[in-house]
Structures are given as structure tokens and as C-alpha cells.
Ligand binder design. Sequence first.
Ligand SMILES: Cc1cc2nc3c(=O)[nH]c(=O)nc-3n(C[C@H](O)[C@H](O)[C@H](O)COP(=O)(O)OP(=O)(O)OC[C@H]3O[C@@H](n4cnc5c(N)ncnc54)[C@H](O)[C@@H]3O)c2cc1C
Length: 386
Amino acid sequence: MPNSRNVLISGASIAGPALAYWLQRNGLRPTVVERAPAPRPGGNGVDLRGASIGIAERMGILPTLRARATDIRDLVFVDAAGDIAATIPTSSFNAPGDLEIRRGDLSEALHAATGDVEYRYDDTVNSLTQQPDGVAVTFGSGREEMYDLVVGADGLHSRVRNLAVIPEAEATHHLGYYFAVGEVEPDFTAPGAVTLYNEPGRAAGVYRSAAHQDATAIFFFREPLALDFDHHDREAQIALLRRYLDSDGWHVRELVDAAAASAGFYLDAVSQIRIPHWTSGRVALVGDAGYCATLLSGAGATLALEGAHRLAIELAATADHRVAFARYEAAMRPIVTKRQRATRVSGALLVPAARSHIRLRNRLAKLLTTEPIAAALFRQSSSRAA
Ligand SMILES: Cc1cc2nc3c(=O)[nH]c(=O)nc-3n(C[C@H](O)[C@H](O)[C@H](O)COP(=O)(O)OP(=O)(O)OC[C@H]3O[C@@H](n4cnc5c(N)ncnc54)[C@H](O)[C@@H]3O)c2cc1C
């Protein structure tokens, strides 16, 4: 009975619930464990494009997602005085039918679709021991259980990946940028836009959907070195942001202060996960845990949904997880590689390295958004199949 297998999924954001849905629909028995104490609302905007739209449609959640979509029409570049230097409509990046939604709203819709799947919040995998007939799992809560398969859907800093597939230091490829985010008052900018101010090698901006009341500050800085800081040390992260975004231009100081004081503040390297295998024994990785493409790709949610769907379909098709895992990797690898490559243009566009590059970007903005240049530059990695 290939489909009566029980599967532990670590992570309940996008890839986790999507995988749970497709596994359950195919008769497998998923359980989801999530480190956070409860579902996390809001969050950054994520994009669904190409095949992931068809997957959402087959899950019956597309109308909900469209109703809750964000409304960001323009990417607006401003100068130090706040005057508009250039505008790029988001339609240049998106194909008709693509949608952007807040991560928490997508996650909530996915949870709702999974019906009676068990979600265990405030717990985490502590150890994984692979055995011939299953995986012995111990949890932070002290619980000990056996699973036929374990899947890490636990994001960029995946513990499952670290425990069973490859250490984080070998999996992570720093792209030379850092980013930080935090909630701010919406009155810094007009609604319906991402407004961005650049100085050479750094950027500060505000993301403000016209369909929502809140706003998020977003910062980037270029730093080729992998900085040594503790991901759980908020004060160290704030100090880094203040050091790299030390500027009197536009609203940078106010934005840094407001973001640093907000509950959702965090800073991280813009790092991709590039590893030779997404599976090891009875353990597999899906979404950012296996192949984070970064926020510069605009492809993270799409890959999470496509990967979860593909993995579930392959597991349902055969009792031999080794065959299923090999097919999953073969199907997803070319898609991931293409999307991971697509970050170069957005990095240069959002965080130009020199003042001359900022001027050039602003002058070329109009040209960049004309067809077919926009299609070639920004939409090259969009997969059209549904
Ligand atoms: C600021 C920002 C902007 C972004 N912008 C975009 C965008 O415009 N478009 C786009 O498509 N994507 C964007 N992304 C990327 C997108 O958010 C991710 O690619 C997507 O959320 C990946 O989903 P996931 O389920 O694989 O992982 P995640 O969303 O990272 O979820 C991982 C889950 O695992 C949980 N977890 C972590 N560790 C453990 C553990 N040890 N035990 C149990 N649970 C654990 C976490 O709490 C979380 O719920 C952005 C990301 C950021 C940070």
C-alpha cells in the first residue's frame, strides 16, 4: 500500500501546507510540525506565476488568492529629496494572470485547503535517525515517533537539511547582498507602489499595497563578504543595518528607526541554496529549504508550490521513495536552475553599485519596460505551463 505512508513535514508556511494537501489528496498521511507558536499573518509579498497558478486553481484556492492579492502597480525610484527619478510598472515583470499575495495570506489559504491535516505548532525536529524501514524522529517537545518519510519545508535555514542532507555552510551561496525588513507607518509613500531610494551599493524603500493598510520598509546593501552575525541576535542585526544604511538621504534614517523598532524586524544575507541533492535516504527537501532562489528572484513561492506538488505526485505514483525522489529532482532541477539565475538583473536594478549605474538605470527605465525588452529581461524565467 504505497499511499498509506506517514510523512512528517517540518515547516507550515507555503511549501509545507501545499505538500500536505497533495499528499493527503493522494492517500498519504502527512503531519506538519512548525516552530512558530501559531500561524504567522501578513509578511512579505510573494508571487505566483506560471504553473503555480494552475496548481492553486486545482486546489480550489485561486478565487481566495485573487480576492486577497496585493495591489502593487509601480516600482518608483526617488532621489534624496523624494522626487521621482524613474518609474517601472510592475506589469513589466508580470505576465497576465500572475498574482502577488502576502505570504501569510497564501499560507492561510493553503492551511484551510488541507482540512483535517494535523498541524503541531511550537515544536521542532531535534534529531533524525534513518533506519531501513523509516525515520526515527525526536522533537523539541520530547515526543519520539517513527515516520516513513520526512520532508524539510523549513526555509532558508532548514534544520532538516542540516540534520540529514548537508550542513548549512556548504549549502548556502551568498549573492553579495544583505536585506532587512520591518513594518512602518504607511504615510511615508503613496499606496500601490514599492518606492525605493538608492545610493551606491545600498537601497531603502517602502512596500505599500493599495489593497492593505500597512507598509513594510525594505533595505538592501551590497557586501561581498559573508558577515558573521547571530541570526537570533536582533540588536546585532540592527547595528549592522545602521552601519550600512547610515544616510541622510530621503527618509532613510526615519525608516531605519521605525523598522528597527518593529516586531517583524529582521536582517539576513541574500543567499541561495544550491546543493547537489535535495534528498538523502528517506528525507527530502522542498521550497526554500532545498532551493531558495532569494527575494531577488520573485520565484520563491512559485517554486515552493511547484516543488510540493511535484514531490507529492511522484510519491503517490510509486511505493519506492528512491524512485519518486529521483523523479522529483529530475523534474524540478531545470526549473530551479533557471529561476536561480534570474537574480542578476534584479540585483543590478534594485541595488546599483555606483552612482553612474543609478543614473543609467533611471534613464533606461522607460526603455527597460517596453516590449520585448521587458519580456526578455524580467520574464525570461516564467514558466507558462499550468
Ligand atoms: C523580505 C522578503 C521578500 C520576499 N519577496 C518575495 C517576492 O516578492 N516574491 C516571491 O515569490 N518570494 C519572495 N520572497 C521569498 C518567499 O517568501 C519564500 O521563497 C517562500 O516563503 C518560501 O516558502 P517555504 O515554505 O519554502 O519557506 P518559508 O516561507 O521560509 O517557511 C519556512 C517555515 O518553516 C518554519 N521553520 C523554520 N525552522 C523550523 C524548524 N526548525 N522546525 C519547524 N519549523 C521550522 C518557519 O517558521 C516557516 O514557517 C521573499 C522573502 C523575503 C524574506
